[in-house]
Design a protein around this ligand. Structure first.
Ligand code: IPM
Ligand code: MG
Length: 368
């Protein structure tokens, strides 16, 4: 049997440097754990625009559709700010999500004990935090029609449309219920049913699925604005949160900050199962391309490394190897190894991106 295939799209900014560390970790699993992957690399985002005049070439799209999993670094940068909206680096990422139909975006927010003091919230509020936001990723206001900027009378109007079908709500809700069942058994659904019809429908569909198929999962509902407030007040009340595309974008950034650094958080975007039973999948760090520190060896590769751990768990049925990699990261942090983003006020000398990769590899070796 051939090896599973991985398409790597390192992208822009710090993407290539954090991905270089992931490549070494992928090789480690091949050498030491007999888990070899066929790795192909290609372009996405601004670098793809520079090469082909489009943030995602059709050939790259086809490779992504065929791969067992896609690993993405980051896209975007100030160099591309003036580009037409249709060819902005972000459009490459949005096209991947949409055409691969990656409707369930899993964004864990976990606070590593060693980093609890880095959060802007008090240690007792965040220590031990382990929540999972499931964000709908292929619909809602990001993609709804009509959209655009039109002229009405003597002024222009910007238009976007929030739109959710029952089946779109159904499939992401089921993904969230399944996760809740495997985790702490609690699901909180967030929308704004008080002002939006799409929220009314969202709440109805989620409630119905819960009662019919997941009576064992404790379901609650919150308006998304109150949810944002509760996330800052006492985040440990949550286990799994399910929400729409835009609210999920906002809530996951807020949740990320609870953990102390955006440089730590991975994500998985999952679609329907392929013929081989694996879900269509793309894994990427939650952080962006951080152009201000790109190319300086300062970036924290942990979010990207943990994204590969999610790939091991969700695409390659290797949960125990994912545990091994996550434990190696936790060990390195407990040992005090820090990239620049994790330096406390009391200082210390940060390691480089490669230095962090070295430390994780050493911890992996020690795990054998
Ligand atoms: C994210 C990002 C993207 C989004 C951008 C880069 C298009 O903020 O993945 O959260 O808005 O979905
Ligand atoms: Mg975002």
């Amino acid at each position: 049997m051939s090896n599973p295939s991985l398409l790597i799209l390192a992208g822009d900014g710090i993407g290539p440097e954090v991905m270089a560390e992931v490549r070494r970790i992928i090789d480690w699993f091949g050498d030491k754990r007999g888990m070899a992957f066929d790795v192909t690399e290609d372009l996405v985002g601004g670098c793809a625009y520079d090469a082909h005049g489009t943030p995602l070439h059709d050939d790259t799209m086809a490779k992504a559709q065929a791969a067992d999993a896609v690993l993405l670094g980051a896209v975007g940068g100030p160099k591309y700010d003036a580009l037409d909206f249709s060819v902005k680096p972000e459009r490459g990422l949005l096209r991947l999500r949409k055409e691969m139909d990656l409707f369930a975006n899993l964004r864990p927010a976990q606070c590593f004990d060693a980093l609890a003091d880095f959060s802007s919230l008090k240690r007792e509020v965040v220590a031990g935090l382990d929540i999972m936001i499931v964000r709908e990723l292929t619909s809602g206001i990001y993609f709804g029609e009509p959209r655009g900027i039109v002229t009405e009378g003597n002024e222009r109007v910007g238009i976007n449309t929030q739109r959710y079908t029952e089946s779109e709500i159904d499939r992401v809700a089921r993904a969230a219920f399944e996760l809740a069942r495997k985790r702490g058994g609690k699901l909180c659904s967030m929308e704004k049913a008080n002002v939006m019809e799409s929220g009314v429908l969202w709440r109805e569909v989620v409630t119905k699925i819960g009662a019919a198929d997941y009576p064992d999962v404790e379901l609650s509902h919150m308006y998304a604005d109150a949810g944002a407030m509760q996330l800052c007040r006492w985040p440990k009340q949550f286990d799994v949160i399910v929400t729409d595309n835009l609210f999920g974008d906002l809530l996951s950034d807020a949740a990320a900050m609870l953990t102390g650094s955006l440089g730590m958080l991975p994500s998985a975007s999952l679609g329907a199962p392929m013929d081989n039973g694996r879900p269509k999948a793309l894994y990427e760090p939650v952080h962006g391309s951080a152009p201000d520190i790109a190319g300086q060896g300062k970036a924290n590769p942990i979010a990207c490394i943990l994204s590969f751990a999610m790939a091991l768990r969700y695409s390659f049925d290797a949960g125990s190897e994912a545990d091994r990699l996550e434990a190696a990261v936790a060990q390195v942090l407990a040992d005090g190894v820090r990239t620049a983003d994790l330096m406390g006020p009391d200082g210390g000398t940060p390691v480089t991106t490669t230095g962090m990769g070295d430390a994780v590899l050493a911890a992996l070796d020690a795990s054998l």
